[in-house]
Design a binder for this molecule. Structure first.
Ligand SMILES: NC(=O)C1=CN([C@@H]2O[C@H](COP(=O)(O)OP(=O)(O)OC[C@H]3O[C@@H](n4cnc5c(N)ncnc54)[C@H](O)[C@@H]3O)[C@@H](O)[C@H]2O)[C@@H](O)CC1
Ligand SMILES: Nc1ncnc2c1ncn2[C@@H]1O[C@H](COP(=O)(O)OP(=O)(O)O)[C@@H](O)[C@H]1O
Length: 279
């Protein structure tokens, strides 16, 4: 049976803060993303994490080379194994725009070998994973492939994944032993016990960079104390809902920028909590 997530389910998962909360309660996220020419990917993930409640957002990226940084919201690091080790108690979200060079593989191998607890892998991190001999990953990890990435991970064609999405999702979950989110118009999440479906997203999301936003959102909810399944479910639901809310404001589905989605996050969360507002 596939369980469909609705707004009530999502509302119950939204992290709460008290008057006395501090940034510690928001947890820490380290985004490892954005290699040469693809800095935008890391910025999208990091901004989305900040907008979704992460107390601290660190971004490990090539961006430090550039003096025109306009994003004071997060703490920047250059790619470094030492720095990754220092942050390995945080939620580590790796992949967008990272490339697949040996130096990046080294970072991923460290996470796998050291069984770092809270890791979310997307994009190029999934491509690197598909070339590695890995038995099982910790059950606390999250993989967020689209159909093409899932096909790479399983060594099958994306046409066969498209035809039998549930079956391939289950295969991937069994192969890696962690949470797998198969993205698409209908996103499916498996943790090996059950499959949950999130289908509130709109076609406006069919645009490069929206997956990078989703990664940052899931990582932020994970850092705020939700478990790996809850964080995936909530991130995917709010991501989808943000696209729907953005369209309700009179925007055409062709025009969504990933940055629009990031700007929509606060309003969508606020509304989902039960506040009556214009989206
Ligand atoms: N602002 C930026 O710098 C951005 C950087 N990005 C990064 O740019 C790099 C390249 O992005 P690409 O979009 O080429 O990478 P993808 O891995 O998404 O796409 C590569 C190929 O995979 C297949 N594919 C993609 N989506 C599929 C689907 N849903 N079903 C079946 N097959 C599918 C297609 O053959 C496609 O050409 C990645 O590292 C990505 O993270 C993107 O995330 C977009 C934004
Ligand atoms: N037709 C669609 N309807 C709803 N959501 C979609 C649709 N197409 C793509 N999406 C969503 O958009 C996001 C795209 O992510 P991804 O393919 O990883 O892009 P990128 O890596 O370029 O950021 C996913 O969350 C996916 O579920």
């Amino acid at each position: 049976m596939i369980i469909k997530i609705d707004s009530k389910d999502a509302k119950n998962l939204i992290p709460k803060r008290s008057k006395l909360s501090s940034k510690i309660d928001g947890g820490k996220v380290l985004i490892v993303a954005g290699g040469a020419g693809l800095h935008g990917a890391g910025i999208l993930s990091a901004l989305a994490a900040t907008r979704s409640g992460a107390g601290y957002t660190h971004l490990m990226t090539d961006l430090v080379k550039y003096p025109w940084v306009k994003f004071p919201d997060f703490i920047l690091h250059k790619f470094s194994l030492t720095e990754l080790k220092k942050n390995s108690k945080d939620v580590i979200a790796m992949g967008p725009g990272l490339g697949t060079a040996e130096s990046k593989k080294k970072l991923l191998r460290f996470l796998i070998k050291s069984k770092i607890e809270k890791v979310v892998l997307d994009a190029d991190a999934l491509t690197m994973l598909s070339t590695m001999k890995v038995k099982q990953l910790p059950s606390t990890w999250i993989l967020t492939p689209h159909e093409g990435e899932l096909a790479r991970l399983l060594g099958v064609t994306s046409t066969s994944v498209k035809k039998k999405r549930v079956e391939h999702l289950i295969m991937a979950q069994k192969k890696f032993g962690c949470v797998v989110l198969l993205k698409g118009a209908e996103s499916l999440i498996s943790d090996g016990k059950r499959i949950q479906k999130v289908s509130n997203g709109t076609v406006a999301l069919a645009k490069a960079g929206t997956g990078d936003v989703l990664l940052g959102m899931i990582a932020a909810f994970y850092a705020q104390g939700l478990n790996q399944v809850e964080a995936t479910v909530l991130g995917t639901f709010i991501h989808g809902q943000a696209s729907a809310d953005w369209m309700k404001k009179g925007n055409d589905h062709l025009s969504l920028r990933p940055m629009d989605l990031i700007e929509q996050i606060p309003k969508t969360i606020f509304k989902l909590r039960g506040n009556v507002v214009k989206v």
